[in-house]
Write a protein that binds this ligand. Structure first.
Ligand SMILES: [Zn+2]
Length: 152
């Protein structure tokens, strides 16, 4: 019988880097397919998810941060202040408007949320399948987002 060793900080850093790569890959494939992410239902729903108390979603945080780097978004200050509203995004390709919230829900821990205006994400509906008690694997998440096996 082999004992599983406890993860080291290096394992954790590698897993985080891998997760970020998967998010960037999924995002670029989705944008290649749809032209921009605004009509990509799973993107709209994942980035717009609300959270139960005391939880956050790394996938969502990474996806919102990666999307901020897309050339299709012009990002500007909010027209009207709102609690946790960070900035407003305009898609120069299709004209969709988004609101980006960044909530400090714990000291120095933020949950990012991106809400498409005029098309709120259904609350808590589309969760990728995860094995109970285990973190969502990058493969499962990518497959869910793209609706096909990821090949990464
Ligand atoms: Zn768009």
């Amino acid at each position: 019988m082999t004992l599983r060793r406890a993860p080291t900080s290096r394992d954790v850093a590698e897993a985080a880097a891998r997760q970020r790569r998967v998010v960037e890959e999924v995002l670029s494939r989705g944008v290649a397919r749809y032209g921009c992410p605004c009509e990509w239902d799973r993107f709209v729903q994942w980035v717009g998810k609300e959270h139960p108390e005391r939880s956050m979603d790394d996938w969502q945080n990474l996806l919102v941060r990666a999307a901020a780097g897309l050339p299709t978004f012009r990002i500007g200050p909010p027209a009207r202040p709102e609690w946790w509203l960070q900035d407003e995004w305009l898609c120069v390709r299709c004209g969709a408007r988004w609101k980006h919230y960044s909530e400090e829900w714990r000291m120095m821990a933020y949950r990012e949320r991106l809400v498409r205006e005029g098309r709120p994400a259904p609350a808590g509906r589309m969760e990728a399948p995860a094995v109970p008690g285990q973190a969502l694997s990058p493969e499962a998440w990518a497959e869910f987002m793209l609706g096909e096996p990821s090949g990464t």
